[in-house]
Design a binder for this molecule. Sequence first.
Ligand code: DX5
Ligand code: ZN
Length: 242
Amino acid sequence: MPRRRTLVSASILDADLANLAENSRRAFRAGSDRLHLDVMDGHFVPNITFGPTLIQHLRHIGKRPFDAHLMISEPGRYLDKFISAGCNSITFHVEVEEPIEPTLLRIRKAGRQAGLAVKPGTPLSALEPYRELIDIVMVMTVEPGFGGQSFMFDAARKILPAHDLFRDRAPELPGGQVHVDGGVNRKSAALCGALGAEVLVVGSTLWKKNVDMAREIQLIKALADKGYEKGAPLRKGRAEAS
Ligand code: DX5
Ligand code: ZN
C-alpha cells in the first residue's frame, strides 16, 4: 500500500442543494475529509451560488474542516462573515482587483488557513509576493464557475511547482497544502497524486445518480496515493507538506 493518504474535500456545488445538510453529512460519512464550499457572486464568475449565512447554518453537521472557495470580486468586503460562519480555510482568487495582502493577513489573524486560487491561465508567479502569507495554493484545473467540466491537464502542470511556494517557510508556520480543484475524478486522480497534491476537490462525480460515494472516494484516494508513490522521482528535492 502507498505510504501517503491524499485527502478529499467534497464540493457540494453539484449536490441537491435543497437537501444540503443531509448531502454534506453523506459526503462525510462516505469518507470526505473536508467540505469544499463554492461561493460565487455572478460577477467574478458567471454563476451565483450561496453566501456565508448558508455556510453558518450548515456548520453544525460535523467537525471536519470547511473550505470556503470564494469566487467573488470583493473578498475583503465579505471576509468577516465567512470567518464568523466557521470556515476553517478561506481561499480567494489572486486575480481579484483589490489589495490581496490585507485580506490574507485578516484570515490568518482569525486563526484560519489562508489560501489563494489561480485560474488555469494564471501563472504561479502571481502568487510569489504572498508566499509567506498563504497556507493553501488552490490550482484550478477548470475555468471557475461550474461543476462537471473536463480536467485541464495543461493547468495541472502547476501542481508540482506550486509546492515551491512553501519552500523555506518560517518554522512557526504549518506546512502548506496544494488543493486541486476542477475535473478531479478516477481519470485525473493519479496524476494529481503524482504531482504531490495534498487535497483533491471532488465535485460532480460524487453526485451522479447511482454512484456509491464511499467507493468513489476510496477509489480516488487510492489512485492518488498510487500516483504519489509512482511520482516520487518527479518530486525529488521539492518542498512538501509533512
Ligand atoms: C468550479 C468549482 C469546483 C467544482 C468542482 O468553479 O470551484 O469546486 O465544484 O466540480 P467538478 O469536480 O465537477 O469539476
Ligand atoms: Zn471550488
